[in-house]
Ligand binder design. Sequence first.
Ligand code: NAD
Length: 260
Amino acid sequence: MVVIEELERAQDALARCLRECDRAVAFTGAGLSTESGIPDFRSSDSAWRRHPPVPFKDFLADADARALAWRRKFAMDDLTAGARPGRGPRALARLMADDMLGDIVTQNIDGLHESAGAPAERIVELHGNGGYAACLSCGARHELADLRPRFEATGLAPECACGGPVKSATIAFGQAMPQEALRRARRASLNCDLYLAIGSSLVVYPAAAFPVLAKENGAALVIVNREPTPLDAAADLVLRGDIGSIFAPFESCSLRASTS
Ligand code: NAD
């Protein structure tokens, strides 16, 4: 494992990895969105500590727990309303447009990869999307803009026309992972020779198993994060620093042009 903390050396090393690989995949976490004002999960000052997610079994068991989950969901939405993609997601979208990056496997639920211009069909959302809701019984999609006024007027957790409980379209602690997203993430992780794990504490499983899978399958593993992670020792390269600063050059400068 090589650890680089100096910014220019980190940017040069990342450029070299991207130029030398045949197919790169990015695996992203909440650290990619902190520059946009969306708190990550584990930092000590995180707003998630004031509005902790309700575990799935509680959500299913109890109408009061469902109402609490919705109160916390809308409180977090208020904190992050209008967030725009930062330099990290913008650089990844640019690398995709330049054909220097294949897929993005993300744990994030904020939709910022798509807002930054990454094609939806090349983004795997492992933990769902917080931009809408779905009925847990029939799967019908529900829009937050419709649910919120009714919730605020009644204080009652929303229900679908079929009678099923409606939940944010994200994966709660204890909820089964979406099988199709897992399949796509596995395929992407096995079909690359460079795996960039960016802005994740790499402690949430099964998501964190994908960087390990890619590495075991022969890909070079590069971790970009400002804090150490449990997978650093397994990585080929660790770029320790601020994601926006490390990725800044890649959002405006075509790596492909500079290789020719
Ligand atoms: P995490 O909070 O566990 O880890 C984030 C990591 O990013 C930390 O190690 C932190 O030091 C690092 N980091 C934060 N800002 C950084 C920056 N600017 N530059 C470099 N590093 C930075 O996040 P996780 O591993 O993605 O796991 C959190 C879980 O919670 C996921 O399952 C995710 O679905 C959910 N979540 C999502 C969002 C989001 O969609 N933006 C936000 C919070 C939590």
